[in-house]
Design a protein around this ligand. Structure first.
Ligand code: G6P
Length: 600
């Protein structure tokens, strides 16, 4: 998974390409490169390492030209290296491409091209695309592109330029994001909207198997059959500022502090006089379903675990939450009476997208919960609800998670209401005030920084909870691992005695969440078992619980139990954040991770 940019216009292309790549670095950052077409030749500069390394080289050796493509890479085929970096060019350097996605049949295509005398510079799957373009090119780049795409299996967002036809860039997509922007005297393209916003708010979404030919003053779209088609541009409702740090040291911290606002936005217009309004779903007859699946990856899966438990509790429908990469290969029981809910911040995660397509093909009704407007998952699902978190840049998800929780709780209430169940009025009364509680929790950041200090010299941490608290600790442990590299495991508190307690020794750090009234005292008892073995415990619970011997106990505000999942996320995020800071980690760009995972 990678980020790509393209520019064709009347200005220096490099300026757009580099600012765009900066915004896309979250998609991968193990190498970067650009190709500029100027003076009838292609000049490519690419290097292993961060984008900054590329910028340093380009400062000493600037490239000029009005047409160009750029790439920031997250390695899938071939180690991060100068040669494996994009753009890739053909041998006589007349055609150059950047690619995001995976060419699944690249070995077979490579063998075929080698039999025709082609030699390969890199170990990447992407290089077959440019060699194949070279093979098919006679005098029409669009025709060669079509012939090449017809041979490719897998996913791609592609930008292609050539000295043979120096006034254009051809872009194409299938199962990887690509957005085109109409700027002043230029057409631009990129993997994600923030890369375009400095230049334009008017964008076109390319659908799977569509192509576009971008020139400085015109754009033509083509469908899979090669017919020219018309497309309407869409105006993006947020600005670039929203995608920048706004005075915070890191995007992660900024995004943690944005949660009261993001949640208020997500709730906007959704609750009125204790009733939930999700008008996007009004045409669904929920009585037809005999089961519900929640499918997602990573943090979105943890939100789904919570959402699924709430729905089952409210409706008594059989509900299953599954990790998307497992769902597809687990022979799921899907039919027309299945409702399947797909949760994804980016709306582009390959496993979630594939699971959605599987569920659809087998007759399920599909609902997407996504954050990115116009993303593939949001467009492919039968129905979509958007979390209104705004752009989330830090790799570790924070505001997307809590807004997902909010929307999933709303969805559970909505379905229950539509099925005729009487809702807990307190829950809907309290939900609109949840942002205020979060704002108060954020004021306590010093206490959470103090808890993070306990982890300063630790290699491991143990998170425990039961029921909904288990989903919360799974997410707390994931946050800590992702940004601070402290190994953290989350356990159902009742399972401690069946194995994990063997690991507890003098000084171990245990983070416990006990907010669910029917089960909190049991978790608090489990804590005593760890204290007896020397553990230092941080406990998040609610007033009224009897707690003994736990020096670091934090009492969360009193809200209905379901909503504690949202509140406790805040201190757990901040503990992870401060631990990462103490350890000097690159919080926004943790090693080996990427924000949007468009490979299986
Ligand atoms: C990546 C990100 C995680 C995210 C997961 C699912 O692994 O690093 O933060 O939770 O993908 O992403 P999605 O965009 O589908 O929510």
């Amino acid at each position: 998974m990678c980020g790509i940019t393209a520019y064709v216009g009347h200005q220096d292309a490099l300026t757009f390409l580099l600012q765009g790549l900066e915004k896309l670095e979250y998609r991968g950052y193990d190498s970067a490169g650009v190709t500029i077409l100027g003076d009838q030749k292609l000049s490519t500069v690419k290097t292993k390492g961060r984008l900054q390394d590329l910028i340093t080289i380009l400062k000493a050796q600037p490239l000029h030209g009005h047409v160009g493509i750029g790439h920031t890479r997250w390695a899938t085929h071939g180690v991060p290296s100068n040669l494996n970096s994009h753009p890739h060019s053909n041998a006589d350097e007349t055609i150059s491409i950047v690619h995001n996605g995976i060419i699944e049949n690249y070995r077979e295509l490579k063998d075929e091209l080698m039999a025709h005398g082609y030699t390969f510079q890199s170990e990447t799957d992407s290089e077959v695309v440019v060699q194949m373009l070279d093979y098919y090119y006679s005098d029409d780049l669009l025709a060669a592109t079509r012939q090449t795409l017809a041979r490719i299996e897998g996913s791609y967002a592609l930008c292609i330029l050539s000295t043979h036809e120096p006034d254009k860039i051809i872009v194409a997509r299938k199962d990887s994001p690509l957005i085109i922007g109409e700027a002043q005297g230029a057409y631009v393209a990129a993997s994600d909207i923030p890369a375009l916003l400095e230049y334009t708010k008017n964008v076109y979404f390319l659908e799977d198997n569509e192509l576009a030919v971008l020139k400085a003053d015109s754009i033509t779209f083509y469908n899979q059959q090669g017919q020219a088609i018309q497309k309407e541009s869409v105006e993006i409702p947020y600005d670039l500022e929203a995608a920048q740090k706004d005075g915070y040291d890191t995007f992660m911290l900024k995004e943690i502090y944005e949660q009261p606002h993001a949640i208020a936005e997500t709730l906007r217009g959704r609750i009125h006089e204790n009733k939930v309004y999700l008008d996007e779903l009004q045409n669904i007859d929920f009585n037809q379903y005999h089961q519900v699946y929640y499918v997602a990856c990573g943090t979105a899966y943890h939100a789904s675990l919570c959402g699924s438990q709430v729905l089952q509790k409210l409706t008594r429908l059989p509900v299953t939450a599954m990790v998307a990469s497992e769902f597809r290969y687990n022979d799921p029981l899907i039919d027309e009476k299945t409702l399947a809910i797909f949760v994804s911040q980016s709306g582009e995660t390959a496993d979630t997208l594939a699971a959605l397509r599987l569920a659809k093909s087998q007759g399920a009704t599909t609902i997407a919960i996504a954050n990115v407007l116009g993303s593939t998952i949001s467009r492919d699902a039968d129905y979509v609800l958007y979390t209104c978190a705004g752009p989330e840049i830090a790799v570790a998800s924070t505001k997307a998670y809590t807004t997902q929780l909010v929307l999933l709780i709303l969805l559970a209430c909505y379905i229950a209401d539509r099925l005729g169940f009487v809702l807990d009025a307190k829950l809907l009364e309290e939900l609109p005030h949840i942002s205020d509680h979060i704002a108060h929790l954020l004021e306590d950041h010093e206490r959470f920084a103090k808890y993070a200090k306990l982890l300063e010299d630790q290699r491991d941490a143990y998170f425990i909870g039961r029921n909904l608290d288990y989903a919360s600790v799974l997410e707390g442990a994931l946050k800590l691992k992702e940004v601070s590299y402290v190994h953290a495991d989350a356990y159902v508190a009742g399972e401690l005695k069946h194995g994990p307690i063997a690991l507890i020794e003098e000084g171990s750090v245990v983070i416990a969440v006990a907010t669910q009234p029917q089960i909190a005292s049991k978790t608090i008892n489990n804590i005593q078992e760890t204290i007896a073995r020397g553990a230092r415990v941080v406990l998040f619970t609610t007033a009224g619980q009897e707690v003994k011997n736990v020096a670091n106990t934090y009492y969360l505000p009193e809200v209905p139990a379901v909503l504690q999942t949202i509140l406790v996320a805040i201190p757990l995020q901040l503990i992870a954040y401060y631990t990462a800071c103490i350890k000097g980690c690159d919080v926004d760009k943790p090693r080996n991770l990427a924000k949007s995972v468009t490979v299986e």
